[in-house]
Design a protein around this ligand. Structure first.
Ligand SMILES: Nc1nc2c(ncn2[C@@H]2O[C@H](COP(=O)(O)OP(=O)(O)O)[C@@H](O)[C@H]2O)c(=O)[nH]1
Ligand SMILES: [Mg+2]
Length: 396
């Protein structure tokens, strides 16, 4: 089976139709998830591809999202399908705001609340994300048309974050609508995609016209590798510290790290005013006064989340610490006698931004010698006590 993800209007249905038309012999079933009240996508698939003639089966699921509320229902449906019909390949079009990881997880590992166990019946072969080249910059620059509450059932995620998930977790990136974008701009977009997701194969398409063998039976999907393939994760692991990893088409990424804590207010001010060119930022940091918890930063496009996220090994009981040291010797290597593993590592990925001045600004947010002796608990805490929250949300 192949799963297509991508924002609303990116060209998922168009691609699906192209596949069904060019692979007449393919005995396929199709599952389409759409969040709209009117199931436009399913109508389109049905109308444009003559599914009844092809003897393909189409299932529509439009009363929720298959990555959250409908996970169990989706399994029931594909279980029923496997029982009742004989087909070779399942194509899934997920809704524009679906997160690909839970969808992949549902198929690759099953889901506890469902009766049907898909493992052994369905084999997840390829995760495809369709990216709209024409609205690429707009999607990240303004959050425009994306912050509409109606498309976010949980009310806590913006579609820019869904788009980032789709880019970061897939085997194939289809850069669609290339007919609407000049070549040099396509080169720039591709450079950004490559930095955000080094593992995926990027294919440029017009009207979803991709060769079927590029997305069917590719054998590319691997859950563990896919979960590790985001560009920011590689950056953190390989650590291109303060140095650009790639500098094609003005696209660059770097890791900022610091052993001393950040001044909370200065840092939150910096986070809310990051340069426009920064498309992605991710990592953890130490906010002075919060020695109890590791803070997380998560920026996709205009949306910036920051707040309590993880645990410092230094706050754990001794026995547990020893287990960490055994499993991850690197922690011990950077252990500070007083502060343990507390510190910061932040990855920034962007295009045409002034890296040097950003590094200087970050350095200015780190506590000075004098501040190291102050009572940090007197600092106001802009990051909140309990969970990550939105610092900036696109509002236009
Ligand atoms: N110009 C242009 N339009 C496209 C392309 N691919 C899809 N479209 C159009 O974009 C709209 C949305 O496509 P659709 O496949 O329904 O998007 P989905 O929401 O991802 O399923 C439709 O009107 C398509 O005809 C393309 O490569 N170029
Ligand atoms: Mg569609």
């Amino acid at each position: 089976m192949t799963v297509l993800s991508g924002s609303l209007g990116a060209g998922k249905t168009t691609t699906l139709n192209h596949i069904l038309e060019s692979e007449q012999e393919l005995n396929a079933a199709v599952l389409v998830n759409d969040m709209g009240e009117v199931n436009v996508d399913a109508d389109l698939v049905e109308r444009e591809s003559d599914l009844t003639q092809n003897d393909d089966e189409i299932i529509e699921m439009s009363n929720g999202c298959i990555c959250c509320r409908l996970r169990g229902d989706m399994l029931d449906e594909v279980g029923r399908l496997a029982d009742e019909r004989d087909f070779e390949y399942l194509l899934v079009e997920s809704s524009g705001i679906s997160e690909p990881i839970p969808v992949a997880q549902t198929f690759a590992r099953g889901f506890e609340d469902a009766d049907f166990d898909p493992t052994g019946v369905y084999e997840l072969d390829t995760m495809v994300s369709v990216v709209d080249a024409h609205s690429f910059w707009k999607a990240f620059d303004s959050g425009q048309a994306l912050t509409d509450d109606s498309v976010d059932p949980q009310g806590n995620r913006v579609p820019e974050e869904a788009l980032m998930d789709q880019i970061e977790f897939c085997d194939i990136l289809l850069l669609n609508k290339c007919d609407l974008v000049p070549d040099d701009e396509l080169d720039e977009i591709e450079a950004v995609l490559k930095t955000l997701q080094p593992r995926a194969k990027i294919i440029r398409t017009e009207h979803g016209a991709v060769a079927p063998e590029e997305i069917l039976n590719t054998g590319r999907f691997d859950f563990n590798r896919a979960s590790q393939s985001a560009g920011w994760k590689r950056e953190l692991q390989e650590g291109h510290h303060h140095e650009s990893a790639s500098d094609e088409h003005g696209v660059a990424s770097f890791v900022f790290d610091a052993d001393r804590p950040f001044h909370p207010e200065r840092l939150s001010e910096l986070f809310t005013g990051l340069p426009d060119g920064i498309i992605r930022a991710k990592g953890f940091f130490w906010s002075a006064g919060r020695e109890d918890v590791a803070m997380g930063l998560d920026k996709s496009g205009q949306s910036v989340r920051a707040g309590p996220k993880g645990t410092w090994v230094a706050t754990l009981p001794k026995a547990q610490q020893e287990r960490y040291f055994a499993a991850r010797p690197g922690i011990k290597e950077n252990w500070d006698e007083q502060w343990g593993d507390r510190g910061s590592e932040l990855v920034f990925i962007g295009r045409e931004f002034d890296q040097e001045s950003l590094v200087t600004d970050l350095e200015d947010c780190v506590l000075s010698d004098a501040e190291m002796d102050e009572n940090w608990n007197e600092y106001p805490d802009p990051f909140g006590r309990d969970e990550q929250r939105e610092l900036v949300l696109a509002d236009d």
